[in-house]
Design a protein around this ligand. Structure first.
Ligand SMILES: O=C(O)c1cc(=O)[nH]c(=O)n1[C@@H]1O[C@H](COP(=O)(O)O)[C@@H](O)[C@H]1O
Length: 277
C-alpha cells in the first residue's frame, strides 16, 4: 500500500522544489516544436516531456483535453505518459476536472484513481460545483488507494466569480464552503492532507480563510495567463508555503529540446520558490 498522496507530495516538493509542470500539448505548440498535429506528434511531445521532467520536478499535470482531442489514440498516449512517469519520483496530477452526480462520479473515480486502471494517476482535478458531496466516491477511492484530489475553489478564468464568489444565505462565499469541506477531510493528517484545492494565481486578493486547510493548493496561471512571483504573497499571504505553482505554456514554449525544456522548468521553479517561502 502506497503512502497517502499528501505525504508523497510533501516529500516530492521537499526534494525537488515547488513546481507543477503542466503538459498541455496545444496544436500551436506541436506546430512550434515541428511536430505533426496528430497522435504521432502528440506521442513525441509527451515522451519529450517525460525525458525533460521525470525525476526533476515534483509533479507534472497533463491536461487531458489535449490528449482526448486526438481520440482513442490520444488517450493511449496519456496512458503511456502516466506509465512512463510512474516510479520516476515525479508525481502525476491528471487534469481532468471531473464532476458529476455521485453514481457517475464513481465511474470517473474508478478511471482516474482506481487500482489497476490504465489512466490512474497520483491525483486528479475535480469540480465540486455539482455540490461537494457529489465528489464522495472520488474522495473515498482516493483515500483507499493513497491518491489525491485537487478540488476547484477559485479558478483563474474571469467567468469563475459568478459562481465561486456568490454567497449563500448566511453570507459565506461558495468557494469558502469548498475550502471548509476540504479542510474537514484533511483534519488531523500529517504532514499534509490529500485533498487539495485549486486557486488560480490570477485571482488577486481573496477573502478565503485557508488557515484550517492542511492541504496543498494548486495555483495555475503563472506565465501565459499573466501571474508572476509577486502574486504568491498577494493571493496566498502566509499560506503560500502550501502553494504548488503551476505553469504550462510558459515552460513548454522552450521545446522541442528536452534539456532546454528541463532548464526552463527549473528556472521557473527557482524564481517562484524564492517568493513561496
Ligand atoms: O485545474 C487547473 O489546472 C486549472 C485551473 C484554473 O483555475 N486555471 C487553469 O488554467 N487551470 C489549468 O492550468 C493550465 C494553465 O496553462 P497555462 O496557462 O498554459 O500555464 C491549463 O491546463 C488549465 O486548464
Amino acid at each position: 500500500m502506497r503512502a497517502p498522496f499528501g505525504a508523497r507530495l510533501a516529500a516530492a516538493v521537499a526534494e525537488r522544489g515547488p513546481l507543477c509542470a503542466g503538459i498541455d500539448p496545444h496544436p500551436s505548440l506541436l506546430e512550434q516544436w515541428g511536430l505533426p498535429c496528430d497522435a504521432i506528434g502528440l506521442e513525441r511531445f509527451a515522451m519529450t516531456c517525460v525525458e525533460a521532467f521525470a525525476g526533476e520536478v515534483a509533479i507534472v499535470k497533463p491536461q487531458s483535453a489535449f490528449f482526448e482531442a486526438h481520440g482513442s489514440a490520444g488517450v493511449a498516449v496519456l496512458e503511456k505518459l502516466i506509465a512512463a512517469f510512474r516510479g520516476s519520483g515525479t508525481l502525476v496530477l491528471a487534469d481532468v476536472k471531473r464532476g458529476d452526480i455521485g453514481s457517475t462520479m464513481a465511474a470517473y473515480a474508478q478511471a482516474y484513481l482506481g487500482e489497476g486502471s490504465p489512466l490512474a494517476a497520483d491525483a486528479v482535478t475535480v469540480s465540486p460545483y455539482l455540490g461537494f458531496g457529489s465528489l464522495e466516491p472520488a474522495l473515498d477511492l482516493a483515500e483507499r488507494t493513497g491518491r489525491g484530489l485537487f478540488v476547484l475553489a477559485l479558478t483563474s478564468n474571469k467567468e469563475g466569480p459568478q459562481v465561486q464568489r456568490a454567497r449563500s444565505a448566511d453570507g459565506v462565499p461558495v468557494a469558502q464552503t469548498m475550502v471548509d469541506e476540504a479542510a474537514a477531510r484533511n483534519e488531523g493528517t500529517d504532514p499534509l492532507g490529500s485533498v487539495g484545492l485549486v486557486i488560480g494565481a490570477t485571482v488577486g486578493r481573496t477573502e478565503l480563510d485557508l488557515s484550517r486547510l492542511n492541504g496543498p493548493i494548486l495555483a495555475p496561471g503563472f506565465g501565459a495567463q499573466g501571474a508572476g512571483a509577486a502574486d504568491l504573497a498577494k493571493v496566498f499571504g502566509d499560506h503560500r508555503r502550501h502553494v504548488l505553482p503551476a505553469s504550462s505554456r510558459d515552460i513548454l514554449r522552450h521545446g522541442p529540446g528536452a534539456t532546454a525544456l528541463r532548464d526552463a522548468a527549473l528556472r521557473v521553479r527557482d524564481a517562484l520558490a524564492v517568493h513561496a517561502r
